[in-house]
Design a binder for this molecule. Structure first.
Ligand SMILES: Nc1ncnc2c1ncn2[C@@H]1O[C@H](COP(=O)(O)OP(=O)(O)OP(=O)(O)O)[C@@H](O)[C@H]1O
Ligand SMILES: O=P(O)(O)OC[C@H]1O[C@](O)(CO)[C@@H](O)[C@@H]1O
Ligand SMILES: [Mg+2]
Length: 481
């Protein structure tokens, strides 16, 4: 199947509308690559495990809720070790790169790729690329061994460093070729995975025996298909500390308003989950749900009501919320970061001024607003226990996939099962909170905030939920809740 970006997807169809969106394999373009028995079969830790190897035919269903007569639908190849591998241990020369913003768990993924390669497959040559994509051609590499990475999961950030911009296809692939690298592990968000797809296509065009594996990363949790991205739980947990502080501050003073800005450029998952987890939040504002300030049903009216009822309130706002309102009242600045991502204006500061002005000038009412911006604090920390386990499984899935000769794939949890997903599938759109779904309804009923929607907006949101091709846009919220 030809994709919009000119790449192709391997589709396998079966009975009753079964579709496998398969990932590429080295033998697709190098049919003579030899295979070998998987060394794990002699590993005492694994050889006792019954059915340790994944059956060649195992696939994971994308949609778990089905109707009696509905087609079986899309599936992805199940992740895990295969009976046969396409690399000998001493032949492997792997590298790992981290790109984009920080995220809790990056170091755990790095650690577990290195340890997985060493301990499961006997691979001893693993390089770290310093400072993101541009590190391939402009910096020195770092030798990674289990000893070097032993404690890194206890630290936030990435020991390899990261960057935005600097993706030069030919320079990167030249560097891979010149160094004799044959497994490339790429950890990063949507931009990084697009860059990984470009690298894979070029490697294939040059006919190189190199597996490219992506491990998706973003605390915004906006990567489609997968259940959630690593580090998201940790970020939501850390956000609780800011919300608690806002609540304490607001509750200690007359007409106190605690305002917390959380990350989420295009998707409000962090704000939504942090709000639901906290139960102290009176109003949560996200990019997917437009709101307005003045007049009946607006934010100011709600704030006044809540202050009269409770004497204080807490507002959580995602950084991408209300950007259209900011654009109306501030001069739009079309600044971009090195990767071309639009730099957002600070909605937290803007809304703080708006609220203060409104109550001082129009209501002559004293309010005490405390603005807390924990933006980088929620992503610069080490991952929590459950994210650590998740990162380990993602890293091991990537290693098993590359050793088995798969390439051009991303690893991810789909309905609780680890799967290999073709790059184009996760690169074609962005996961968003669906405001006509039950999860957002749960949030509205827990905060009792206005929906800020008129019936016209609701009809529009419902239409947008189901695109013309009949496939639901996916969604964490749509699928899982
Ligand atoms: N369409 C693309 N094609 C090739 N490379 C890309 C593309 N988009 C982004 N990149 C490269 O991927 C890297 C990371 O991109 P970006 O800065 O957008 O972060 P990200 O991976 O999306 O992570 P985050 O979620 O933190 O923003 C950069 O080096 C950038 O040059
Ligand atoms: O300031 P930086 O490092 O460019 O990153 C900010 C962006 O990164 C993200 O955390 C995504 O990873 C966004 O939520 C945020 O807008
Ligand atoms: Mg991004």
């Amino acid at each position: 199947m030809e994709n919009a970006d000119g790449t192709t997807t391997k589709l396998v169809t079966g009975d009753a509308g079964y579709v496998l969106e398969d990932v590429p394999h080295l033998t697709d373009y190098l049919p003579d690559v030899p295979s070998y028995p998987n060394p794990l079969q002699d590993n005492p830790a694994y050889s006792v495990v019954k059915q340790y190897f994944v059956d060649q035919d195992d696939t994971v269903t994308h949609k778990i809720v089905v109707h009696k007569d509905s087609p079986r639908g899309t599936h992805f190849r199940r992740a895990g070790p295969r009976q046969k591998v396409y690399f000998q241990s001493d032949e492997v020369h792997a590298c790992i790169v981290t790109c984009g913003g920080l995220c809790p768990g990056l170091n755990t993924v790095i650690r577990e790729i290195v340890c997985g390669l060493y301990h499961m497959y006997g691979v001893t040559r693993v390089l770290g690329i310093d400072g993101g994509y541009k590190g391939f051609y402009s910096k020195n590499t770092i030798t990674l061994t289990p000893k070097v990475v032993n404690d890194i999961h206890k630290r936030g950030g990435t020991i390899l460093g990261t960057s935005r911009g600097g993706h030069s296809k030919s320079k990167i692939v030249d560097s891979i070729q010149d160094r004799g690298i044959n497994q490339v592990y790429i950890i990063g968000g949507d931009g990084t995975q697009k860059g990984a797809a470009v690298i894979y296509e070029e490697i294939r065009r040059r006919g190189l025996k190199v597996s490219v594996a992506g491990i998706p990363k973003t605390i915004d949790n906006d990567i489609p298909v997968i259940d959630k991205s690593f580090g998201f739980d940790t970020a939501v947990e850390e956000a609780q500390r800011a919300i608690n502080a806002a609540h304490v501050e607001a509750g200690s003073i007359e007409n106190g308003i605690g305002l917390v800005k959380l990350m989420g450029r295009f998707s409000g998952f962090i704000a939504m989950y942090a709000t639901l987890a906290s139960r102290d939040v009176d109003c949560c504002l996200i990019p997917e749900s437009p709101f307005y300030l003045e007049g009946k049903g607006g934010l100011f009216e709600f704030i006044e009501k809540r202050l009269k009822e409770n004497g204080h309130m807490v507002i959580v706002i995602a950084e991408g919320a209300g950007q259209e309102l900011l654009a109306e009242s501030l001069q739009s600045m079309d600044a971009k970061d090195a990767s071309g991502n639009k730099l957002l204006q600070d909605v937290g500061l803007w809304i703080s001024h708006k609220i203060k002005n409104h109550f001082a000038m129009q209501k002559k009412m004293t309010i005490n607003l405390k603005y807390i911006d924990p933006t980088y604090m929620i992503r610069a920390i080490p991952s929590n226990a459950s994210d650590n386990v998740y990162c380990t499984l993602l890293a091991q899935s990537a290693v098993h996939g590359a050793m088995a000769g798969y390439t051009g794939f991303t690893v991810g949890l789909v309905n609780g099962r680890h799967a290999y997903i073709p790059f184009n599938r996760i690169n074609e759109n962005r996961n968003k909170v669906v405001i006509t779904d039950r999860m957002w309804a749960r949030l509205l009923s827990s905060t009792n905030q206005p929906s800020f929607l008129d019936p016209k907006d609701i009809a529009k949101a419902k239409r947008e939920k189901e695109p013309a091709n009949g496939l639901l846009e996916n969604g964490y919220s749509e699928n899982k809740n």
